[in-house]
Design a protein around this ligand. Sequence first.
Ligand SMILES: [Zn+2]
Length: 94
Amino acid sequence: MNRRYRPLAPGLVARLTLDTDPWLSCDDCFRLVDQYVEELLEAPAGAAPDAPAMLAHLRGCPACADETTTLLLLAAEDRGLDPGVAVARLRERS
Ligand SMILES: [Zn+2]
């Protein structure tokens, strides 16, 4: 046996030990993301949708977080809204 110990990168340790409760799968995230984006765009200033499972998932899943951001940008542009406001609202929550 000649195994060498290599420490895990701090970012990887943080992701591996991230609290993912309440649990949401990528499939469920994909199913719910349209509604979540709608709620982000329609929320009054200073408010945001109450979606703890979605937030926990987006913190730990870069693929779904990127997809949510992209969808949010497209939806904001489609409505003539400032995408910066919507993205800031998403980032302050996740
Ligand atoms: Zn995911």
